[in-house]
Design a protein around this ligand. Structure first.
Ligand code: FAD
Length: 462
C-alpha cells in the first residue's frame, strides 16, 4: 500500500519533531519515521540527560559548603546509580512529551528504519512505502571514533556509554576538550573521579574566546582536573582493569596516563551513510548533506536539517533550520539561513560558558576595526552574595559604530544571561541601550549592563 503525505520527516530529534509540528501548524499532513525513541539524541542521549547529571553534580558540590554551616551530611551511602536513574527519568519524561505533542498535532509517528527510494518515496524497514510532496531528512549524528581508541563500551566509552554508566570509575581520561568533554569532566570531577582531559588544540573549548577558555581552565585546574592541551593520545594498552594511554604534546614530550576508563568525545559523524541518498541523486560532502538557502537539497522536494548539514551541531540550530525549511515548503517567506553570528553556544559545566558572534581572534582575522570591553563577575553584588565570583563578560564591538560583534560570558548562569545580549544584537541595539536600561539589583545580569557601560567607558563597579 502506498500512503500519501505532504511531508515525511525522517528522524524525531529536535530537527525532525519540531519540523513536523510546524508543518502541522501550517496545515500540512505530516508523518515522522523514527527508529528509536522520540526526541532523538538531544532528549534521550545528549542535552537532557547530560544536563540532569550536571544538575546533580552541582548539588553534590554544595556538600562542603553545607558542612561549613554545620549541616551533617553522610555521603557514605551515596549511590551514583540514583543520579543515573534521575537522568533517565528526565529523558523519558521529555521523550514521552514529544510523543504527546506529535499526537496532539495529528502527526503520525511511525516506528522503523527509513530509507529514500526516490525523491518522493520513503521505504520503512525495506517494505512499507510512503510518498510525499516533501521529505525532511533529520537523522542526526553519532559519536566519532579515533583509530586505535575504538569504543568497546566498557573501558573505551562514547558519550552514549558515559551517559549510561551506573557506576563511576575512579579515574578517567577524556579525549577531546570541546563542550561535551568539559561537561563530562565537570560531572566526573564533582563526584570525586580523577579526571584527565587531552585536547589537541591550544585550549579547552577551542571554539570559544581565548580569555573565556583561560577562565575555565583556571577554575578546572583549581578543582584538580588535569588538563593536557596541545597534546594528542597516541597509543593505548588495555589490561582487564586499566587503560594505559600515551599522550604526546607538540614538543614531542610523551607521558603515560593509567586510568580505569577512557571517554572519547572528539566530534560527531552525520547519519547519512545508510539513508539511500544516492536513490534521489544526493551526494554528501564529508558526510554532510549540501543544502541551499532554505535547507533544500539538490533533489527537488527533499530537505535536510540539523546534524546532517554542515552547521553547528546543536539542538536549537536543528529546530530553527527545520522551522525555516518547513515554512518554505508551506509557501511562506521565512528568513534565509541562520546567521551564524546570531547562534548562541552554551556549555553547562561550572563555570558555565555562553557566547555568540566573533571571538577576539576572529575579529582580528576579519580586519574589522574593533575594540573589546570586559567586566568581571565579582564586580556585581549577586555574584559575591551567592558565592560565584569567578567569571566575566567580554564584549567585542565595532570601533566606529559600536555595533555588537561578539559576546562571551563565563560564570554562573551564563547560559541564561546570554539571551539579553543576543536580543540586543538581533534588534540592532547599541551598547548604550543596555548600559542605560535599569537592571534589577542584585542580579548577575548587572554584569551584562556593566560590560556595556565598559564599552561606553563608564563601568561603575570596577
Ligand atoms: P538527532 O537528535 O540526532 O535525532 C535524529 C533522530 O533520527 C534519532 O532519533 C535517530 O534515531 C533517528 N534516525 C536516524 N536515522 C534514521 C533512519 N534511517 N530512520 C529512522 N530514524 C532515524 N546540543 C545543544 O544544543 N545543547 C546541549 O546542551 C547539547 N548537549 C549535548 C550533549 C551530548 C552528550 C551530545 C551527544 C549532544 C549534545 N548536543 C547538545 C547536540 C544535540 O544533541 C544535537 O545537535 C541534536 O540532537 C541534533 O538534532 P537532530 O534533530 O539533527 O538529530
Amino acid at each position: 500500500m502506498n500512503e500519501k503525505y505532504d511531508l515525511i520527516v525522517i528522524g524525531a530529534g529536535p530537527g525532525g519533531y519540531v519540523g513536523a509540528i510546524r508543518a502541522a501548524q501550517r496545515g500540512l499532513k505530516a508523518a515522522v519515521i523514527e527508529k528509536d525513541k522520540p526526541g532523538g539524541v538531544c532528549l534521550n542521549i545528549g542535552c537532557i540527560p547530560s544536563k540532569s547529571l550536571i544538575h546533580e553534580s552541582n548539588n553534590f558540590r554544595l556538600i562542603p559548603s553545607l558542612k561549613e554551616l554545620g549541616v551533617k551530611i553522610d555521603a557514605e551511602e551515596f549511590d551514583y546509580r540514583k543520579v543515573f536513574e534521575r537522568s533517565r527519568k528526565a529523558a523519558d519524561t521529555l521523550s514521552k512529551g514529544v510523543d504527546y505533542l506529535l499526537k496532539k498535532n495529528g502527526i503520525e509517528l511511525i516506528k522503523g528504519i527509513a530509507t529514500l527510494k526516490d525523491s518522493s518515496t520513503v521505504l520503512i524497514d525495506g517494505d512499507r512505502e510512503l510518498t510525499a510532496r516533501n521529505i525532511l531528512l533529520a537523522t542526526g549524528s553519532h559519536p566519532r571514533q579515533i583509530p586505535g581508541f575504538e569504543f568497546d563500551h566498557k573501558q573505551i566509552l562514547s558519550s552514549d556509554d558515559a551517559l549510561m554508566l551506573t557506576k563511576l570509575p575512579k579515574s578517567i581520561c577524556i579525549l577531546g576538550g570541546g563542550a561535551i568533554g568539559v561537561e563530562f569532566a565537570h560531572i566526573f570531577n564533582a563526584f570525586g573521579v580523577d579526571v584527565h582531559i587531552v585536547e589537541m588544540l591550544g585550549h579547552l573549548v577551542p571554539l570559544e574566546d581565548d580569555d573565556i577558555a583561560a577562565e575555565l581552565q583556571k577554575s578546572f585546574s583549581k578543582r584538580g582536573i588535569h588538563i593536557h592541551t596541545l597534546s594528542k593520545a597516541t597509543t593505548l594498552k588495555k589490561t582487564k582493569t586499566r587503560c594505559k594511554i600515551t599522550i604526546e604534546n607538540v614538543e614531542k614530550n610523551q607521558e603515560t596516563l593509567s586510568v580505569d576508563q577512557v571517554l572519547v568525545v572528539v566530534g560527531r559523524v552525520p547519519n547519512t551513510g545508510k539513508l539511500g541518498l544516492e536513490n534521489s541523486g544526493i551526494q554528501t560532502d564529508k558526510g554532510f548533506i549540501p543544502v541551499g538557502d532554505y535547507y533544500q537539497t539538490c533533489s527537488t522536494g527533499v530537505f535536510a536539517v540539523g546534524d546532517v548539514v554542515a552547521s553547528p551541531m546543536l539542538a536549537h540550530v536543528a529546530s530553527k533550520e527545520a522551522q525555516i525549511a518547513v515554512e518554505f515548503m508551506a509557501g511562506d517567506n521565512p528568513q534565509k539561513w541562520l546567521d551564524s553570528n546570531h547562534i548562541p553556544s552554551a556549555v553547562y559545566c561550572e563555570p558555565q560558558i555562553a557566547s555568540f558572534g566573533l571571538t577576539e581572534k576572529q575579529a582580528k582575522e576579519s580586519g574589522i576595526p574593533f575594540k573589546k570591553a570586559t567586566f568581571p563577575y565579582r564586580g556585581v553584588g549577586k555574584s559575591v552574595a551567592v558565592g560565584s565570583p569567578e567569571g566575566m563578560v567580554k564584549i567585542i564591538f565595532d570601533d566606529k559604530y559600536k555595533e555588537i560583534l561578539g559576546c562571551h560570558l563565563v560564570g554562573a548562569d551564563a547560559t541564561e544571561i546570554i539571551h539579553e545580549l543576543l536580543l540586543a544584537k538581533k534588534s540592532e541595539l547599541l551598547p548604550e541601550d543596555i548600559a542605560s536600561m535599569v537592571h534589577a539589583h542584585p542580579t548577575l545580569s548587572e554584569a551584562v549592563m556593566e560590560s556595556m557601560r565598559a564599552v561606553e567607558g563608564w563601568a561603575v563597579h570596577v
